[in-house]
Design a protein around this ligand. Structure first.
Ligand code: RB5
Length: 142
């Protein structure tokens, strides 16, 4: 189950994500917002991050204008490793090295074509399980 959330800037891109996840046969749960009315990204980022941290959802995809604010908010939730990515290399690397469990995207920064490729890379890349990466993630948790 993939948690989705966005602020008012990310409505259209989130719809693209829903279509992509459907085509990949992945279930998703939408934590809002669902209108283009200006709203506060921490509210929605927090809801989705809590769902990932609790195990209700396996991964999350968050969208705001830059991806910055919503990723900062998500990373306040214990157990969340949210990575803001604007390229495919980073999306793969953050899965392999950081075992990131949430991806953040900037709807005003990253076009839909690239964003979909980033999401695919994020969802399809496994954690490396390398000892050094496990050690570093543990250091973050501690
Ligand atoms: C909304 O105007 C904008 O501040 C928000 O989407 C995001 O970019 C914050 O980091």
């Amino acid at each position: 189950m993939i948690a989705l959330a966005c602020d008012h800037t990310g409505i259209e891109l989130k719809k693209e994500m829903m279509k992509l996840l459907d085509s990949m046969g992945l279930e998703w749960k939408d934590f809002g917002t669902d209108t283009a009315i200006s709203c506060d990204y921490p509210v929605y980022g927090y809801r989705a991050a809590k769902a990932v941290a609790s195990g209700e959802c396996d991964r999350g995809i968050l969208i705001c204008g830059t991806g910055i604010g919503i990723s900062i908010a998500a990373n306040k939730v214990k157990g969340i490793r949210c990575a803001l990515c604007g390229d495919v290399f980073s999306a793969k690397a953050t899965r392999e090295h950081n075992d990131a469990n949430i991806l953040a995207l900037g709807a005003r920064v990253t076009g839909p074509g690239l964003a979909l490729e980033i999401v695919k890379a994020f969802l399809e890349t496994p954690f490396s399980n390398d000892e050094r990466h496990i050690r570093r993630i543990k250091q973050i948790e501690d």
